[in-house]
Design a protein around this ligand. Structure first.
Ligand code: FES
Length: 150
């Protein structure tokens, strides 16, 4: 772990000047590198930027695109923006919960809600393992979950 911390410190020194304005860029960088924000890495960012851990954590938990827990093998993000919600997003979310529970595969999936993905014209939308899919129905989403989990 110390090696990882030292490597991250060196990287942060190269990429991010030591000022508070770099907090969000640094958190996005971590998220891209790890797929989430590990506690230890947020501590290192706080140390590097001179920001208390509580503030780093507060910023990390204020943005829906930042995840503070390690995701499961597969990630489903159902858009809950207005257009999607009005066009079946609520049903998609309920279906995803039901399919994952019925299939006993919850441990393999992280199910999240996400704000507008800016492709409202093909609502309702979900992102499955980083790929945006539009014009989804409950049946299509169930089939995708089945394909991904097999
Ligand atoms: S509301 Fe879902 S893509 Fe815009």
């Amino acid at each position: 772990m110390n090696r990882e911390r030292n490597e991250l410190r060196a990287t942060l020194r190269q990429k991010f000047p030591r000022n508070r304005g770099q907090l969000l860029p640094a958190l996005h960088y971590l998220h891209h590198e790890f797929g989430y924000l590990p506690d230890w890495a947020m501590e290192v960012v706080g140390w590097h930027l001179g920001i208390p851990s509580s503030e780093v954590y507060g910023a990390a938990t204020s943005y829906t695109e930042l995840r503070i827990r390690k995701p499961a093998e597969h990630v489903i993000r159902v858009c809950t923006g207005l257009s999607c919600w009005m066009n079946g997003g609520k049903r998609l979310l309920a279906e995803a919960h039901a399919v994952l529970a019925d299939g006993g595969v919850q441990d393999s999936f992280t199910l999240e809600e996400t704000p507008c993905a800016y492709i409202c014209g093909v609502a309702p939308v979900a992102e499955i393992d980083g790929e945006l899919r539009g014009r989804l129905s409950e049946g299509k989403l169930s089939a995708i979950i089945g394909e991904v989990s097999s």
